[in-house]
Design a protein around this ligand. Structure first.
Ligand SMILES: C[S@@+](CC[C@H](N)C(=O)[O-])C[C@H]1O[C@@H](n2cnc3c(N)ncnc32)[C@H](O)[C@@H]1O
Ligand code: SF4
Length: 367
């Protein structure tokens, strides 16, 4: 018989936004009927928690006080006070040192909402900044302007907050000076930054204005060097943190640990002894599609995920044949893609811009 495992991480997907950005492929609806949409979503969450109990028990898991909580979206801050009330009624407990993050979009939050969430234990914020330049915010089709971003960042001064930023964004006439944007952003003292390379939704109308891969890779490496010179640790392909402020929630995904999920299209993962379960919530009703991952699937995912972080890797951690691994990694070292450290090898940002080809290079030596 399988022993019971505990779930101590939860992600909730809040599926509405005040404007639907033209590049975005995430599940969301336009926020046109605030009270009705908040209410419908709260009902969905309450309904899904009941269904979730059976998913947990069928898969030998039970809730323990949450050590990480992440409210994302869509635009999580639009759930507002009603969201905090709904979350409270779920009855889920937060551990004393829980890392509890709320995503906020500039111009899409209220003071009452922030206070209500803080009272429940939210102690970290993620701000959808994307650019710190008026012209490029417009080109990116963002609903907010630079002033709304500044108002929010001023409000969060002194708090533990992260900012999201897009690289490889469309450019027209005026080239983008990302370092200048980041210089201004750092004056608000974020503890963490997530920088994503834009992967636009199908049919993106500004595709022709997106810089080519070579330009974007150079931008990425320039940004990495700049943020490292300012004391940030580039600890995962897209993530930078001041020491001690790495995201504990995201680390759980990267380490293939159990993370529960609620909300339309949200994906949960339950780790078991010899397999794992992944489930995805349907938008139409609080029901899930389930997938069983075998040990082989898990090892393949771990190969991808572990090469994405700056945690030391080794043949054992990646489930690779040791002698063949040594020969290949020494070639990577000679190309300046990784370095030898006390507990193995550490990937460098130069490797992350060609990561897919590096992972493929290891398929034939998996054990
Ligand atoms: C799903 S969004 C939710 C956050 C918030 N609604 C926002 O847009 O600011 C999370 C982050 O994913 C990133 N993102 C969204 N669409 C993307 C895309 N097509 N390619 C790369 N990153 C994207 C953005 O940086 C965004 O902050
Ligand atoms: S605000 Fe965020 S989630 Fe909403 S459409 Fe824009 S990028 Fe997508």
């Amino acid at each position: 018989m399988l022993s019971m495992s505990s779930v101590t991480s939860l992600y909730i997907h809040v599926p509405f936004c005040r404007h639907l950005c033209n590049y975005c492929d995430f599940y969301k609806q336009k926020f046109e009927r605030p009270s009705a949409q908040r209410e419908e979503f709260s009902q969905y969450i309450l309904g899904s928690l009941k269904r979730h109990e059976s998913i947990l028990s069928e898969n030998h898991h039970s809730w323990e006080p949450l050590e990480t909580l992440y409210l994302g979206g869509g635009t999580a801050s639009l759930w507002d006070v009603e969201g905090a009330d709904c979350f409270e009624s779920l009855g889920l407990k937060l551990a004393q040192d829980c890392e509890a993050t709320l995503e906020i979009d500039p111009g899409a939050w209220t003071e009452e909402g922030l206070m209500a969430w803080k009272k429940l234990g939210i102690n970290r914020y993620s701000v959808g900044t994307q650019s710190f330049d008026t012209h490029h915010l417009k080109l990116l089709d963002r609903a907010h302007d630079l002033n709304e971003t500044k108002v929010l960042l001023e409000r969060l001064k002194g708090e533990n907050f992260s900012v999201d930023f897009l690289l490889g964004a469309p450019e027209k006439n005026q080239a983008r000076d990302v370092i200048k944007e980041l210089e201004s952003l750092l004056s608000y003292s974020p503890k963490h930054l997530s920088l994503y390379i834009l992967q636009p939704a199908a049919g993106y109308k500004l595709k022709a204005l997106i810089p080519d891969d070579e330009i974007t890779s150079k931008e990425y490496l320039r940004v990495s060097e700049f943020l490292r010179s300012r004391g940030f640790h580039h600890y995962e392909v897209s993530n930078f943190a001041l020491p001690g402020f790495e995201s504990r929630h995201n680390r759980r995904y990267w380490e293939s640990q159990s993370v529960a999920a609620l909300g339309p299209t949200a994906v949960g993962y339950l780790d078991q002894e010899k397999e794992a379960i992944r489930y995805k919530w349907k938008p139409s009703a609080p029901e899930v599609e389930k997938e069983i991952l075998t040990l082989k699937d898990i090892k393949l995912e771990q190969l991808y995920l572990r090469l994405r972080t700056s945690e030391p890797i080794s043949a054992q951690r990646l489930s690779l044949e040791p002698n063949a691994f040594e020969r290949r990694i020494e070639k990577w070292e000679a190309r300046g893609l990784c370095e030898r450290v006390a507990r193995g090898w550490r990937m460098k940002p130069e490797a992350w811009v060609i990561l897919d080809s590096l992972v493929e290079d290891l398929f034939d030596i998996m054990i």
